[in-house]
Write a protein that binds this ligand. Structure first.
Ligand SMILES: [Zn+2]
Ligand SMILES: [Zn+2]
Length: 266
């Protein structure tokens, strides 16, 4: 039971991060009706629980990452950090600054993300985070049968940052490259069921507007499969179709941040 809970929380948390915060809030890869957006926003908050990520702060931080990937101005590049913990500490500081609006980002990174002030105020608060943490703990008290099951519990509290650390560290350090981008992005796993497609960093940096992060026949991007299903059910409308494999050509130099890749301000 503990394994099932851990696997479900892990998978759904990163799926919603990829689907909502990354591909919708930061990149506007699809549109949907206001009511559907609210439903998806609420589901994301409930699934991510104690480590819910604010879509505005996430989108700005992520757009900065694309614009300055692996340069000194990148908010989270393994090229400029000693280890994943330090990288995530710096990332968390910037995220908190953006969340509290202490940091004023460049104007081009603003706009186009969903905002729901009442929900964000609640789920970004400490009482909400602590309540979710208590619920995870109660689940473990009821279902943990071995002492070492408890070693998994802390990961539930910080699921979002754990995924961020894995994607941003390994996605810019370990794996293979399909495209000659000028950043250090890599595709870590050919079938990314661990981070639901987020580990195709090289494909994504080369083609930031493509909703399918897989670029080769042997690659699988699970979040794109979910988007295809939602699109078929008419719950979302794709802003553009993915690039066909036949049209995949290595890019050099790196794809620049463009208006169309972020759809900023739409
Ligand atoms: Zn990246
Ligand atoms: Zn991105």
């Amino acid at each position: 039971m503990v394994y099932l809970f851990f696997a479900s929380h892990w998978t759904l948390s990163v799926l919603f991060q990829s689907l909502f915060q990354h591909r919708y809030a930061a990149h506007r890869m699809y549109t949907m009706r206001p009511r559907t957006e609210r439903a998806l926003h609420l589901c994301t908050a409930l699934v991510q629980g104690s480590s819910y990520l604010d879509p505005r702060a996430y989108a700005i931080l992520h757009r900065e990452h694309h614009a300055y990937a692996d340069t000194e101005k990148d908010p989270h590049s393994p090229a400029h950090q000693k280890n994943p913990a330090r990288m995530m500490l710096n990332t968390a500081r910037r995220y908190e600054g953006l969340l509290a609006r202490r940091i004023q980002p460049e104007a081009r990174f603003l706009g186009g993300y969903p905002q729901w002030p009442a929900l964000e105020k609640f789920f970004n608060s400490w009482p909400s985070r602590v309540t979710f943490g208590a619920l995870y703990t109660l689940f473990y008290r009821r279902f943990a049968t071995r002492p070492w099951h408890w070693a998994l519990l802390p990961a539930h509290f910080v699921m979002g940052p754990v995924h961020g650390a894995i994607v941003n560290w390994f996605g810019h350090r370990a794996g293979y490259r399909n495209f000659a981008t000028r950043d250090a992005s890599r595709n870590t796993l050919p079938m990314d069921v661990v981070c639901m497609g987020e580990l195709f960093q090289n494909n994504h940096h080369a083609r930031p507007a493509s909703p399918d992060f897989a670029a080769r026949r042997f690659e699988l991007d699970p979040t794109w499969q979910v988007m295809r299903l939602l699109s078929r059910l008419k719950l979302i409308r794709l802003a553009r179709e993915p690039v066909e494999e036949a049209h995949v050509t290595p890019l050099a130099p790196r794809a620049r941040l463009t208006e169309s890749s972020l759809a900023v301000g739409t």
